[in-house]
Design a protein around this ligand. Sequence first.
Ligand code: CA
Ligand code: CA
Ligand code: CA
Length: 451
Amino acid sequence: MEEMFMNVENDQSFQWTSSTNKTGNGRFYRAAVLCLGLLSVFLLVGLINLGVHYNSERGAAAELSTVKANMTELLQDRKKELSSLTEEKNQLKTSLSSLTREKDRLDASLSSLTAERDQLKTSLSSLTRVKDRLDASLSSLTEERDQLKTSLSSLTREKDQLDASLSSLTEERDQLKTSLSSLTREKDQLDASLSSLTAERDQLKTSLSSLTREKDQLDASLSSLTAERDQLKTSLSSLTREKDQLDASLSSLTAERDQLKTSLSSLTREKNQLDASLSSLTAERDQLKTSLSSLTREKNQLDARLIEMTKDRDRLESLTRKSCPAGWTIFSWSCYLLSSRSDSWTIGRRDCQNKGADLLVINSAEEQKFLSGFSRVDTWIGLSDRNEEGNWRWIDGTPLSLTYWNKGEPNDAAAGGEDCAEMVANTGHRWNDLNCVTSLQWICEKSASQL
Ligand SMILES: [Ca+2]
Ligand SMILES: [Ca+2]
Ligand SMILES: [Ca+2]
């Protein structure tokens, strides 16, 4: 390809050189013709001038006219030559311009072809490289193909062997399948037999165990019956002996019974008499019991009345004899004192105790009513639940049966609890539980003393 391209280039350069040579020769010819024409004209003019000058000097006009005529002919010939040369020149100019255009076209073709050649060269080199790589690949592929061919042949051999093995194995498998199906059928039959036998065995086992139990029971019964029979035999012999003795006794007893029968009839009579006496005595006793109970009731009533009357007498006596210390107020059988100062429940109680008294204990509705008029301030009373929260007790142990709690009390509402009771003056002296360290006045109570 490269060679071909070079030939094309050489042909082009040859053509160009030949066309250039043609153009240079044309120019040269045209210039030579022009110079020769001009030289002929100058010579002709010079000869004319010389002829004129000679004729004028010598006056040989005849010769001159001859020369002139010859020169004129020569000049006309030269003019004809010149016109033919001019035509030729014009033709040459036309050829030159066409050749110039052709050259430009060829120049353009040359440059495009050069560019094409360069591209082709580049392509060629890359293709050459690709070709080398492909050659290398081809050789390796060829080797590989040869190896694969070898492998293929060995694999083909192996495959044939395997095919043979497969067919024999398939036959074997079919035989085994047949055997398996027959064995499966046999196994199913055996399974069915086994299950029926198992069921039968279980039933037999159950029967055996029940029979064993029955046998054990029968054994036990037999042994007990044997023992019983032996005892009965023994008893029978002893009873036989006893019966003989009893028979002897019976005769003696029969005699005795007859005597006793006689005694019994007499005793029965006696007993009937005694029964009659007993019933009359029982009736008498019941009447006495009734009388006793009514008398006991009467006695109890009389006792109670006696106690009441004794109490009345004692009260009347003490009323006439008892009094309170100065400053204390007497009501019923007690003396009361309102403290002049205020303090906690504990200190109030201690103050009362120092005075031979204690904090107030309200025993009756009359006492509560009396106290309502006794003070016009809130006061501690001798009631607290300090020992057990919610279990309110009077300080002398009197059970709390009568209460005058204000509505909603006791409520133990304070932060530290409310374990001591007060009478609140503006609630009609009803009670409230209050924190024991609150400062209040208090009321002391003690029994009125004998005079
Ligand atoms: Ca009291
Ligand atoms: Ca409390
Ligand atoms: Ca309260």
